[in-house]
Design a protein around this ligand. Structure first.
Ligand SMILES: *Cc1c(COP(=O)(O)O)cnc(C)c1O
Length: 458
């Protein structure tokens, strides 16, 4: 087989920023060892997130010029609405300024004290919005999803038996919604199988619990289904996507992911009654229902992006480039999540830095080392992001200590990816020198965004 090439050519370029190791040492210290506090102009390869960092196509840019900025009834809204209706099969489409705005609206309506939102794995903003409403978020990841370096085809799946047990225990009346995250971002960008979605839907239906999809990476997930699930290899991506959404009562989405947009999101659903409540909240916090916190041009770019993302040449290149990086790391013996996920590689920091205990945040220490060594910015997905404290103020660690290097869509070329592999492998060879961190300042919620840390010198 020939090399799988980038399925685009480049019309416009932007600079990336070179620094020396000495400069980066100072920058890292001044940023309190938190990559969110580093200026983008001091990052060489920015793998902090794949969110809002996509390169838009010439078609999307053309759409930007055609955006209709009318306050009410914008033409761009009707493009947006009909595109998403066609993709999801859902009649109600509510635009929002990004994914978490959709979550805030949805959970302030269905959430609240004493309620449980069950999921395969909730994304951090989703969990935070659920908890902010007073409800409890519950992750029911399948057994194989708990072991980062053991390969399995659908490690993003929900544990269906655990779902049944949980509902029986807490009572369906206390579970207003089940959320299936596809692909499973916090669980490693791992896909969910069609069978798992179907089974989750069957269980939810039998209890009258609505099934929602966190659809941020619906196209990447659909491509994995095509590659790995029997019965789907001959189906087109739009056909798979259509079946996938047919099991859902609604969905939330961040258009900053699989819509190649720099901002945007939506909520889609079947229930007109829930939609009314959502629209009331939308007008309060986002805007009128035909723009929802977005400019007309954004709505246009999103509609075009949502069609482009289902192109199979694109998805093949996308999934393959993540796998290509993962395979280089596996060959070098680096502990990395297997198999490769859809949008990112996940280093297993617990194994990578086995000499650093979890309460010294090995993931965050590794993030710092990658920046220092090669100017690469990643993010910790471990106890800094998800850790809690018990009553004695001791850390209750997260299940895993991961470092995510997310690959922006259509942005970096193969030589950038080769460079990233070289840096990670060199850091792995020098891992014994890396030190743990302690927190000196933190916020009560989503603390990883603003926390300040300092190295532990012993
Ligand atoms: C990014 C993301 C969100 C939140 O979307 P924002 O646009 O960042 O607010 C929710 N769920 C998943 C799975 C995500 O990846």
């Amino acid at each position: 087989m020939k090399t799988i090439i980038e399925p685009f050519k480049i019309k416009s370029v932007e600079p990336i920023y070179f620094t020396t190791r000495e400069q980066r040492a100072i920058i890292l210290k001044e940023a309190h060892y938190n990559p969110f506090l580093i200026h983008a102009s001091e990052v060489l390869i920015d793998l902090l997130t794949d969110s809002g960092t996509s390169a838009m196509s010439s078609n999307q840019w053309a759409g930007i010029m055609q955006g209709d900025e009318s306050y009410a009834g914008s033409t761009s809204f009707f493009h947006f609405e009909s595109t998403i209706q066609e993709i999801t099969g859902m009649p109600v489409i509510i635009p929002t300024h990004q994914g978490r705005a959709s979550e805030k609206i949805l959970f302030s309506i269905v959430g609240g004290k004493g309620k449980y939102i069950v999921s395969n794995t909730l994304f951090d903003t989703t969990r935070a919005n659920i908890e902010f409403s007073g409800a409890t978020g519950v992750d029911l990841i399948c057994e194989e999803g708990k072991y980062p370096t053991i390969p399995a085809p659908f490690k993003g799946n929900m544990d269906i038996e655990a779902l049944k047990t949980f509902i029986a225990e807490k009572g369906a009346e206390n579970i207003p919604l089940c959320m299936m995250t596809i692909t499973n971002n916090s669980g490693g960008g791992q896909p969910v199988s069609m069978q798992n979605i179907r089974e989750a839907k069957a269980v939810c239906s039998s209890y009258g619990i609505p099934l929602f999809i966190d659809a941020c990476r619906f196209a990447e997930n659909a491509y994995f289904i095509k590659l790995r699930e029997s019965g789907y290899s001959e189906k087109s991506i739009p056909e798979i996507v259509c079946e996938l959404f047919s099991y859902a009562d609604g969905c939330t989405m961040s258009a900053k992911k699989d819509a190649f947009a720099n901002i945007g999101g939506f909520i889609a659903m079947h229930s007109e009654q829930l939609a009314q409540q959502c629209r009331n909240m939308l007008i309060l916090t986002e805007g009128f229902p035909t723009y929802g916190g977005l400019a007309g041009r954004d709505l246009e770019a999103i509609s075009i992006g949502l069609r482009e993302v289902m192109d199979e040449h694109y998805l093949q290149y996308r999934i393959r480039s993540v796998e290509y990086l993962t395979n280089q790391l596996i060959t070098a013996g680096v502990p990395v999540m297997q198999p490769a996920g859809g949008h990112a590689i996940y280093l297993d920091a617990k194994k990578f830095l086995a000499h650093i205990p979890v309460h010294q945040y090995p993931g965050q220490a590794l993030v710092g080392a990658l920046y220092l060594h090669g100017g690469i910015r990643g993010v910790e997905i471990g106890s800094l992001m998800f850790g809690k404290y018990n009553e004695q103020q001791q850390l209750i660690p997260a299940q895993q200590e991961l470092v995510r290097l997310a690959i922006p869509r259509r942005v970096y070329t193969q030589s950038h990816i080769d460079y990233v592999a070289e840096v990670i492998i060199e850091v792995y060879q020098e891992r014994a020198k890396i030190k743990g961190l302690r927190i000196v300042e933190e916020a009560p919620m989503l603390r990883h965004f603003t926390a300040k840390l300092t190295p532990i010198v012993s």
